[in-house]
Design a binder for this molecule. Sequence first.
Ligand SMILES: C[S@@+](CC[C@H](N)C(=O)[O-])C[C@H]1O[C@@H](n2cnc3c(N)ncnc32)[C@H](O)[C@@H]1O
Length: 289
Amino acid sequence: MRRVKREILDPDGSSRGFYSEDNRVNDLTGREWVFWTRSVITKPYPPKMQHALRNQHGGQKPPDLCADLLRVFTKEGQVILDPFMGVGGTLLGASLCGRRAVGIEVSPKWIGIYREVCAREGMAAQETIEADAREALGAMSGRSFDCVLTDVPYWKMDTASRSRGTFKRVGGEAKPVRASKLSAFRPEEYASKGEWLEQMAGIFQQAAALLRPAGYLLSFIGDMYRDNEYHCLSAELAEMLRRIPGLVWKANLVWYDVSKKLHLYGYQYSYIPSMIHQNILVFRKENAG
Ligand SMILES: C[S@@+](CC[C@H](N)C(=O)[O-])C[C@H]1O[C@@H](n2cnc3c(N)ncnc32)[C@H](O)[C@@H]1O
């Protein structure tokens, strides 16, 4: 059978390439699809969309990056679930690219900031649910989502982050490392890494059950250097996700965050990396689960 392809033009008349009517995954042209098969995202995402307000969270993701991911893994009009919405990177991204989204967040403060961002930007807010994801997802049976795009919380790491000692910033004065900004997630964070993984397993299993067949599940996850060693949290989370029936691991995208500063950690005594990337784990629901 002959495939129907049509050229897609940008508003300025330039060609985006050819879109195939057979494309069941997204609305990208072939040329755009090839571009987004890159496993490393180096595109810069300068602060915008009330960044100063959203920055109170400390773990917020660029809405434009979320929109780019949603353009790759969904079609216009489809519905996305984010069980850990924070100040709404996923929800804002969904609005930017004409998708619908439902966000769950346990902290009313972060939902309030998301709503304030929408008001200031003149955007309609997406659906938000203020609740613990464990309870909210349990009450959502019967709903179905085309995609899950989320960004996991962590566990209490204040003690660990302080134990890293005193380091010097490149070109700056020696000063102690602040407690991790991730501590801003309190009191929603988990007591230990073990408890964290266990809770994540339960919540992702619930989210995967609401994902339609052939839908994609994506999660941001940063690796860490803590307590004198590298913690490949992306591998640990991915291994857990692989055990959820029906989910098949498709990619580990690396987002190179150009806004991150380099540090002189460990100079002259031990190699310590400057963490300037986040992983985006990509899973697809393929079997009955
Ligand atoms: C990494 S942040 C998400 C940031 C988000 N991507 C953004 O752009 O703002 C994770 C969020 O999960 C929330 N959270 C933690 N445990 C939760 C739970 N059990 N149910 C719902 N939300 C939870 C935290 O309050 C935190 O805001």
